[in-house]
Design a protein around this ligand. Structure first.
Ligand SMILES: C[S@@+](CC[C@H](N)C(=O)[O-])C[C@H]1O[C@@H](n2cnc3c(N)ncnc32)[C@H](O)[C@@H]1O
Length: 234
C-alpha cells in the first residue's frame, strides 16, 4: 500500500476554482483518479453519519467499558473518528486518509489526545496496529462513477477491493471486527472471508446504497445487509 497524497496542489486549485463548484469538483476527481491507491474520490462525511452501525459496533466491542484500538480507514475530515470516540470513550483511534487537505482539517478540529490523524500508507497502517476494530465506511468504492455501469472493472476492479481488505484484515486482532459499509463489493467474496464470521446487526437495514458487484465485476442485484465481520482466525 504505497499511497501518495491525493490532495490537489495549490497551483492547480487556483487555476480551476474560478470555473465554479461543479467544474472544480470534476477537476478534483480527475486528479485523484491518477493515484493507484485511491478508492472513493469524494470526501463527503458528517458527524454521527451511521448511528445504528456505530451503536452495534460499540455493543459488539463492549467498548464503552473496555479500552480498544480503532482504525478509521478513509477518515476524511475527522467527523467519523470524533463520533466513534463518543460511542467508545475508552478507545484510541487512528484516522488514516489519502488526502492531506482532509487530514489538515481533521487535525485542526481534534481536541482529543486519543485520536491521531495520519497519511494512509502501509507504514502508518502497521505501525499503529493491530486493531480491535477497523472501519472502512464509504471508502472501498467509486460512487457515483459505478452507478450506471453493468461491469465496474475499468473503474474500480474487485482486485483493488480484495487486496485492501487483505491489508486491513492482516492488521486486525483475532476477535476484532471489520466494519465495511457502502462498498462496491462484498467482504464475503474475498479470499480473506474464510478468516471471518458475520456478526448479525439487527438494527442496520442494509450495507449501504452503493451499487454492489461480484468478483467478476458484474453488477449484482442480490440484497446485501452484512457489514460487521469478526476475525476468527489468522
Ligand atoms: C466519502 S469519504 C468517507 C468518509 C467517512 N469514512 C464517512 O463515511 O463519512 C471517502 C474518504 O476516503 C478517502 N480515501 C480514498 N482512498 C483512500 C485510501 N487509499 N486510504 C485512505 N483513505 C482513502 C478519501 O480521501 C475520502 O476522505
Amino acid at each position: 500500500m504505497r499511497h501518495q497524497n491525493s490532495s490537489v496542489p495549490a497551483k492547480i486549485v487556483n487555476r480551476f476554482r474560478s470555473f465554479g463548484y461543479l467544474a472544480w469538483n470534476e477537476v478534483e476527481k480527475s486528479y485523484r483518479r491518477l493515484f493507484s491507491g485511491q478508492h472513493q474520490l469524494t470526501s463527503t462525511t458528517s458527524a454521527d453519519r451511521y448511528p445504528e452501525l456505530f451503536a452495534e459496533a460499540a455493543n459488539i466491542l463492549n467498548a464503552g467499558h473496555q479500552p480498544c484500538r480503532i482504525l478509521s480507514y478513509g477518515c476524511s475530515t475527522g467527523e467519523e473518528c470524533f463520533s466513534l470516540k463518543r460511542y467508545m470513550p475508552n478507545s484510541t483511534i487512528i484516522g488514516l486518509d489519502i488526502n492531506r487537505n482532509n487530514l489538515k482539517k481533521a487535525r485542526a478540529a481534534n481536541t482529543s489526545q486519543d485520536i491521531l490523524f495520519l497519511e494512509s500508507n502501509a507504514e502508518n497502517l502497521t505501525r499503529h496496529g493491530p486493531y480491535d476494530a477497523i472501519f472502512a465506511l464509504s471508502v472501498l468504492c467509486r460512487w457515483e462513477d459505478t452507478k450506471f455501469v453493468d461491469n465496474c472493472e475499468k473503474i474500480y476492479p474487485f482486485e483493488k477491493f480484495g487486496s485492501t481488505v487483505n491489508q486491513l484484515a492482516t492488521q486486525l486482532k483475532v476477535g476484532g471486527v471489520l466494519v465495511v459499509y457502502n462498498s462496491n463489493f462484498r467482504v464475503e467474496d474475498t479470499d480473506d472471508f474464510r478468516c471471518f464470521e458475520i456478526v448479525p446487526t439487527p438494527t442496520v437495514m442494509d450495507s449501504g446504497f452503493v451499487k454492489k458487484f461480484d468478483r467478476q465485476n458484474f453488477a449484482s442485484n442480490d440484497r446485501h445487509t452484512n457489514c460487521i465481520y469478526r476475525k476468527i482466525s489468522s
